[in-house]
Design a protein around this ligand. Structure first.
Ligand code: 5GP
Length: 172
């Protein structure tokens, strides 16, 4: 059966929210040594827009994770596919994620980056599914809280497809 897409968040709505997040991050990180860690693959588009909304000197690193499961359910088994190869000691690290669903991936990320002795460690996620949380994690910046449905677009995939959609849609 062919799957249908139903718009959840338009590109305009996403960009407006990113401008607000960018201002908030700019004000919180003044005078700090900001390192943005973009979590691949899903966060690449969000991260590209977010960093342009932050009016501060910053550097960007990429971290790859694969969480195993079927197409639409996370198993909680997480594997690093690309690590950050600079020292993060004394840096103010901001992890940029696409979505917090069960919270298991972010829990893994926070533990991994805490062991690298940053001066501070925070999390910014575009999307949060509060009804799906299995592992409580601290979310410092959140774009939108959404329901349980599986979403695609704006960097997020289903079996590697749909990442190029300009907005976010629910796969029905
Ligand atoms: P977790 O369940 O560990 O919080 O989320 C694991 C990963 O599953 C996320 O980083 C994301 O890549 C993927 N994921 C969770 N929910 C969705 C969703 O609704 N859509 C898409 N495309 N990926 C999701």
């Amino acid at each position: 059966m062919k799957q249908k897409l139903k718009t959840l968040l338009s590109k305009e709505k996403i960009q407006k929210r990113i401008a607000v997040l960018g201002k908030q991050i700019t004000s919180d990180y003044k005078g700090k040594d900001l390192v943005i860690v973009c979590v691949l693959k899903g966060a690449f588009m969000f991260c590209a827009d977010l960093i342009r909304a932050i009016d501060l000197p910053l550097t960007v690193e990429f971290f790859g994770v694969q969480s195993y499961g079927d197409n639409t359910h996370s198993s909680g088994i997480v594997k690093t596919t690309l690590d950050v190869d600079i020292s993060l000691e004394g840096k103010d690290v901001l992890i940029v994620e696409d979505i917090v669903d069960t919270g298991l991936t972010v829990d893994y990320l926070l533990k991994h980056f805490l062991s690298r002795n940053p001066r501070s460690l925070k999390l910014c996620t575009l999307l949060l599914k509060p009804d799906c949380i299995q592992q409580e994690v601290q979310v410092d910046y959140c774009g939108f809280k959404i329901g349980k449905k599986f979403v695609v677009g704006y960097g997020l995939d289903a079996a590697q497809l749909y990442r190029n959609l300009k907005g976010l849609s629910v796969l029905t």
